[in-house]
Design a protein around this ligand. Sequence first.
Ligand code: HEM
Ligand SMILES: N[C@@H](CC(=O)c1ccccc1NC=O)C(=O)O
Length: 462
Amino acid sequence: MIDLPKLEDYDVSPRTGFLPEELPLERLPQEYYKPWEDLVSVLSSLILTKRIRNVVDEKMPLLKVDRLTNDAQYRRAYSVLTFLAHAYVWGVGEPKDKLPIQISQPLLQVSAHLEIPPVLTYSGCVLWNYKEIFKGEDMSLDNIDCITTFTGGIDENWFYLVSVYFEYKGANCIVQGLEALKSARNGEIEKVTAHLQQMAGAIDELGSVMMQMEDMCDPHIFYFRIRPYLAGWKNMTDAGLPNGVIYGNEKLPRAYSGGSNAQSSLIQALDLLLNVEHHATGEKEKLGSSGHSFINEMREYMPGKHRRFLEHLSKVNNIHEYVRSNSGNEELVLSYDACLAMLKSFRDKHIQIVTRYIILQAQKSRNLGSTSTKTVRSGLAKKSSSQQERGTGGTALLPFLKQCRDETGSTAASSWGKRMLVDGMLQLNIKPVSADSVQDDDNIVGLAGSWNNDNDQKKGHW
Ligand code: HEM
Ligand SMILES: N[C@@H](CC(=O)c1ccccc1NC=O)C(=O)O
């Protein structure tokens, strides 16, 4: 029997989850990297004055990464370079399909060290991009701020910080889920039930955290001012990058998806712990299917150690089987189905968020016609002839997100659970999601272009 994963072997913390145990580095300490930190400290001004590309071209030196001495420094360098890369590519006006070597060369090196693609990912703008306001105070949304942003505005800060706090609160879900697996191995059914009850409560809290997005992040500002910079350069023909981006003096362009919470290891860990399986959008379970291509592809956009944690988890996650083989124990079954109900409720709430922040904004943009895009950067908000929005991770987002949600419900162990999870949203007094009434025909897709199967990373392309 394969041992259960040890969190410390995979850079996962029982206290902070997938956030680093120690606070991220706010600035590289070496004087040598001062040019990078100075540039990124005025990033919003360089975008505002439309000088980002000229200043990088003329003032940014080509630096080596051999002065970086630990992972915290490599992570800070990765965050700095990916913010600079996206500001350079998306800048203002037409996107640039080539990165200068002073960005691309160090970025390729630090990405290889961290085993993560050389593009802005959830790790670069969320996991490794926050600081405490008052040192020593408890971790809370009242005491954290971002280190780097494109706009320097409250809305963008808050957009990332909600996910930072979501990751912090999610640590307990991982701990409880692993304890439930351990108790199941020891045949301690009461302990399994207790840990699953704790896990259900912890997952419920995640939904509440996510709904705080609307407190300080305005949907219009998000969609028109922030989201365009989060895009990647894969399948982004509509946005003016048909072939991706050339990195420095390389001959072939590279194509990468943009950032997305789908790159959060936390929710994928919860799916694995609860044996929730996702399949390619629009397809039912296929024999031998290795799960959802997009969800699996997003694992390539996680730090190597977190990716391997999920791979290990996928070899030992048998809670569904344990519950099924003890289905006579009603308390156990209810505690498992409660975890699924909370996870499904989370996905329902998320679809509400996506509706307000993308779908309704995209429709508004179409209704306003071309004048609305005059002040909006040409990248992602530009309406393509197919009237398709591009999403950050690259999914046909409503079908994908609804299917993720429905697959969560269909995992329930009991008929009660299935009934609860199908119409349970009403019993839980959770309003049916407005998105269900939104027409799919918009087929608004994820930001960085719909993913495809020829996964560049698989060819070791980065
Ligand atoms: C304005 C806020 C947000 C928007 C517009 C948004 C949009 C999206 C979109 C379009 C996707 C589909 C994949 C892609 O193309 O990127 C997605 C996936 C996902 N998002 Fe969000 N998201 C937001 C915030 C959040 C937050 C705060 C969380 C968690 C706290 C979250 C959790 C997820 C997860 C886990 C997925 C993967 C799909 C799944 O497992 O159900 N999102 N999001
Ligand atoms: N998938 C979202 C964007 C998104 O959620 C996201 C993108 C980059 C980094 C973090 C993100 N999510 C929340 O922090 C979208 O398509 O707009």
